[in-house]
Design a protein. Structure first.
Length: 252
């Protein structure tokens, strides 16, 4: 229900007045008639001596969580009668959330945090629109495109920084990113491109695990580093320390 302190009589006259509710175009609205709301088709009438009235505006449910909230501006347009619109000549109508849930909003393009010969580490900000109240971002979908290849990665968590390894030296890669919640995946961010550097030393192995042990032998497995530096890993240096002693190279 919209209320207007609507009219001021002109020239001291006390005639009946009819006005139409219309969208005020002097300021920008974020939704428009027949999409986000429906205006009454009948006029707002003021009988002799009446200077205020009210009317109903139908808000349409788009089944989408809108954040920030949608809003629009209304005013009165005098159709019949000797009057002018008085106080509250323009009102702002804010359409608050009605517990809709939807996929997350679009993110800004990710930024580069670190580059090596074989790895690009990106960071990004979560979307302002997570998809609803009591809805959370669970992961991100990242696309990585080079001149002759493309792949998509779903992050294991909702962390907003991640290294992307296994890349080629001195190569440009284009990235887009989208957020995922319990409803689904949102739209992709704008594409942004970053390049790896010249060859660099490898990063640390991802994992060292014990496979077998005997009275005089330890067998371990080594998971290759995420960042190989832009060239194949040719070997590993393995250091061993006995009961808190100094580390010594035991294998090459």
């Amino acid at each position: 229900m919209i209320s207007f302190v609507a009219t001021e009589r002109e020239y001291g006259k006390s005639t009946a007045v009819s006005a139409q509710i219309v969208v005020y175009t002097g300021w920008t609205s974020t939704t428009r008639p027949d999409i986000g709301f429906r205006l009454p088709s009948t006029s707002v009438d003021f009988v002799d001596g009446q200077t205020s009235s009210s009317a109903s505006i139908v808000i349409k449910d788009n089944d989408v969580y809108d954040f920030p909230y949608l809003y629009f501006y209304l005013t009165l347009e005098i159709q019949v009668g000797a009057a002018k619109v008085g106080a509250n000549s323009v009102i702002k109508v804010v359409v608050q959330d009605d517990c809709d849930r939807s996929v997350p909003g679009i993110l800004k393009a990710p930024t580069l945090d670190k580059a090596t010969g074989g790895m690009l580490r990106l960071k990004w900000e979560p979307p302002a629109n997570v998809g609803g109240q009591n809805v959370w971002i669970s992961a991100y979908n990242v696309s990585i495109r080079a001149a002759k290849s493309a792949k998509w990665i779903v992050t294991p968590t909702n962390a907003t920084m991640l290294p992307f390894g296994g890349l080629n030296v001195l190569t440009e890669y284009a990235f887009t990113i989208s957020a995922i919640n319990s409803i689904g995946r949102g739209a992709d961010s704008p594409s942004v491109a970053f390049s790896t550097t010249n060859l660099t030393v490898p990063g640390p192995p991802e994992r060292i695990a014990l496979l077998n042990r005997t009275g005089g032998l330890l067998t371990v497995s080594i998971t290759a580093p995420n960042d190989a530096g832009g060239a194949p890993v040719t070997g590993y240096l393995l250091y061993l320390s006995e009961q808190g002693g100094d580390y010594k190279v035991c294998t090459t």
